[in-house]
Design a protein around this ligand. Structure first.
Ligand code: AMP
Ligand code: MG
Length: 399
């Protein structure tokens, strides 16, 4: 049995790179960008009117002009017009190009129009007001998004505006999530008294869809031959296998034995942690990666958050740990010589602005309903057994 620090190191030393691919913008959310996004034009590309109203030449206002004969209309989407009478004005709409010879826009709210003349109702007009100057935000050719960014709606909007309908992103591994156990039935089925529905595959899959991974969901019965046959087929087909259950000491826990028989290299088995002690991790001779998680729902979920996500982040060349930290809100005791992943509910303290973590312990690693009341795991180190209120610990949030 090894401490979590060593387990983490082993897992993170076995990351993989899966190359690159192009995806349409509509599917790019959450993916990792593998190209720079440059401004194909200035931002904005022309001096843009930002209010509906009239455009004037500021000098005429500065010279005392307060009535501006209206020469016409500059709508959004129309080619640029020019102000012919330098003491006149053009009506302009938000999004329109600012007419030539005009430099300042006055809102409709601040004028009165009578007989084709706009009369100013306010003072204090500023030169250049309500005009968003060409190239004010970014210059043509400037890099706006750097490769390596996680694509959010912000980057996707920028890609669209520079005319990229698809983006080069990091390719994702193909993943199978495989449940094991004869007690399990499908979600749609009605279980007998001694059966339960499989929930882990859905929980674990949901920790991956965030990244754009849509794993296949499979099942293996508690039978050595069936286990070997199915695992062998999956190892052909997928880059990553995530197994749930069957890694402990039970008479039907065939996973470590089957993986061993198939020639898989065990990199770790059993970690000094609760939940998730029986966690197994290994690889195939041709580089496939296998996470075999304990079947208890809280254990499986915790291991997915604490090991698989950092592994995936590092494989995608991101910082592996996306930890935050929180303040323990109550004294807490935990005796065993294990790192304890305490379920907590977090909230901000109004006075200090600090993130507080209130223990919501639940009834052990089978209590998946308690995960609904919590929103994070607080990582309490192994060396201690008393944890004082007010101390700060790493937090793994899952909402
Ligand atoms: P195991 O690790 O196979 O000994 O399973 C430990 C516990 O987790 C047992 O109570 C199993 O019924 C439960 N379990 C195993 N797999 C799943 C799953 N896919 N969904 C929900 N519970 C599971
Ligand atoms: Mg089992």
């Amino acid at each position: 049995m090894i401490p979590i620090e060593e387990a983490t190191k082993i897992v993170l030393n076995h990351t993989r790179s899966y190359g690159e691919e192009a995806v349409p913008l509509t599917e790019a959310i959450g993916r990792i960008l593998r190209q720079d996004i440059l401004a194909d034009r200035d931002f904005p590309p022309f001096t843009r009117v930002t209010m509906d109203g009239i455009a004037i030449r500021y000098n005429s206002y500065a010279n005392g002009q307060r009535k501006f004969p209206i020469e016409g209309m500059q709508a959004a989407g129309s080619p640029q017009r020019a102000l012919l009478n330098l003491d006149g004005c053009l009506e302009v709409m938000t999004g329109a190009i600012l007419p030539e010879n005009a430099d300042t826009v006055i809102r409709y709210e601040d004028i009165k129009v009578e007989n084709g003349v706009a009369r100013l109702q306010v003072n204090g007009i500023q030169k250049g007001q309500n005009a968003h100057l060409r190239a004010f935000d970014r210059k043509q050719g400037e890099r706006i998004v750097k490769g390596g960014a996680i694509l959010s709606p912000a980057e996707i909007g920028v890609a669209a505006t520079v005319g990229l309908s698809s983006l080069k992103v990091a390719k994702l591994p193909s993943v199978a999530i495989i449940s094991t156990g004869d007690e399990l039935v499908e979600v749609e089925e009605t279980p007998e008294l001694h059966q339960i529905r499989t929930s882990n595959v859905y929980t674990i899959a949901s920790t991956l869809t965030h990244w754009g991974i849509h794993p296949d969901k499979l099942h293996i019965a508690d039978d050595m031959d069936a286990t070997k046959a199915k695992l062998s087929a999956c190892l052909e087909q997928y880059d990553v296998l995530i197994l749930s259950g069957g890694v402990s000491k039970g008479k039907f826990d065939y996973i470590p034995g089957a993986l061993n028989a198939l020639g898989m290299k065990k990199l770790l088995h059993k970690v000094k942690q609760r939940p998730g002690k029986p966690f197994w991790f290994g690889e195939s001779p041709n580089g496939k990666v296998i996470f075999a998680l304990p079947g208890n729902p809280v254990s499986a979920f915790m291991c997915a958050m604490r090991y698989i996500r950092p592994w995936l982040r590092k494989s995608l060349e991101l910082e592996p740990m996306d930890y935050s930290y929180a303040v323990l809100a109550e004294d807490f005791k935990f005796k065993p010589d294990l790192t304890y992943f305490l379920q907590v509910r977090t909230s901000f303290d109004a006075e200090t602005g600090r993130l507080m973590a209130l223990p919501v312990e639940g009834h052990g690693s089978g209590d998946l309903a308690n995960l609904v009341d919590a929103d994070a795991f607080l990582e309490l180190p192994r060396e201690k057994d008393k944890f004082k209120k007010g101390k700060v610990f790493p937090l793994i949030p899952y909402r």
